[in-house]
Design a binder for this molecule. Structure first.
Ligand code: UT7
Length: 337
């Protein structure tokens, strides 16, 4: 894909709630164990939001860091995309991020695509920049799924954690492409594999009139089906993205997948022939933070100077929908050392 306008990824940020919950703590009330959770998923602990924490505040903290790292003023932000499936306002939580940043010249809206949400938002942001419509976009992924799991359902509640991450994306000189290829897909026929569905209840308004009420069921997942889908689909889409860019797996610096299960990371890396040393993983500390996993991991790796300017990263998100996306990312701006 040739770009009339270049794209640069120039800042990252992350924020998580303070409360750490270990596997051992979960086994205080659930029929589970540290051994089961670690061996099946790679998760050792997760962060859980208390009633005082807020998705909008964590998303804003992450976005502010990304903005500062990019060196932008708040009034220079054109667009804020917030990928989330657990907004604090069903009309959209992105405007709260805009207000917290005082990014008063931006337009801000939510994107809902579960664990693929961040990648979908990043790809969407790239389209606005390529078209010339916007120059500076903050892409945020944030989810507090601890509010939406059934804490008695050991098949799901042990997997998820809370967090937020953000990336700053800006227009760059032609020829510098921070997002050279992308692939996206959904299969609505398999939507029931992973849901947080509307709960239908009735309210009687008067004798002749009833209306439904708002509300949702907790997260329900067919873990094995989603697992099989991930290990089949993710290598396919990553290979497609590599082929589009004319890049081989050996040329990649990092593999940055949605952090759902350590076994999925290992299986995908093996199928692509990517050595374990190039696979980024922080599942052990955070579990599956849904739309936040990719930017949270990216930010940690940037801060630790593992990801450096010019590095090439293959990324893929996957999950409810069923949905999937893949993109190659080139970190940093052209003038960086
Ligand atoms: O972010 C969206 C994308 N999501 C994913 O990618 C998740 C994909 N799926 C997975 O990662 C895995 O399927 C899970 C981690 C969810 C489950 O691992 P699994 O190896 O597929 O386990 P399973 O569902 O086949 O369950 C095996 C056994 C069952 O017991 P029986 O029927 O064999 O007696 C479960 O009841 O493990 C039992 N089990 C547990 N035991 C202790 C399920 N959850 C737990 C638990 N602790 N937390």
């Amino acid at each position: 894909m040739s770009a009339a306008v270049g794209i640069a990824l120039t800042g990252s940020g992350a924020a998580t709630p303070d409360r750490v919950v270990t596997n051992d703590e979960l086994s205080l009330w659930l029929d589970t164990s540290d051994d089961w959770i670690r061996s099946r998923t790679g998760i050792a602990a997760r962060r859980i939001a208390t009633a005082e924490d807020s998705l909008e505040s964590l998303a804003s903290q992450a976005a502010k860091q990304a903005l500062e790292q990019a060196g932008w003023r708040p009034d220079q932000v054109d667009l804020i995309l917030l990928a989330t499936s657990s907004p604090e306002d069903l009309f959209g939580s992105a405007p709260a991020v805009q207000a917290a940043l005082e990014a008063n010249n931006a337009v801000a809206f939510d994107i809902t695509a579960a664990c693929s949400g961040f990648l979908f938002a990043l790809i969407t942001a790239a389209q606005y920049i390529r078209s010339g419509a916007y120059q500076r976009v903050l892409v945020v992924g944030a989810d507090l799924l601890s509010r939406w799991v059934d804490w008695q359902d050991r098949r799901t509640c042990v997997l998820f954690g809370d967090g937020a991450g953000a990336v700053a994306m800006e227009a760059a000189p032609e020829g510098w492409d921070g997002l050279p290829t992308m692939v996206m897909g959904t299969d609505g026929r398999r939507r029931n594999c992973l849901t947080m569905a509307h709960r239908a209840t009735t309210q009687v308004l008067h004798n002749q009139l009833q209306a439904g009420s708002g509300g949702f069921h907790p997260i329900a997942m067919d873990g094995q089906e989603v697992y099989k889908f991930a290990v089949q689909q993710v290598p396919l889409v990553l290979n497609q993205a590599l082929k589009q860019a004319g890049i081989t797996a050996e040329q990649l610096d990092w593999l940055l997948l949605h952090q759902a299960n350590e076994r999925i990371l290992a299986s995908v890396a093996q199928r692509l022939g990517i050595p374990a040393a190039k696979v980024l993983s922080n599942l052990g500390n955070y579990g599956n933070t849904s739309a936040a996993t990719i930017p949270l991991m990216l930010h940690e790796a940037v801060e630790a100077q593992r990801i450096r300017p010019g590095h090439l990263i293959a990324s893929s998100g996957f999950g409810a929908g069923l949905s999937w996306g893949a993109a190659l990312l080139r970190w940093g701006r052209p003038d960086a050392p």
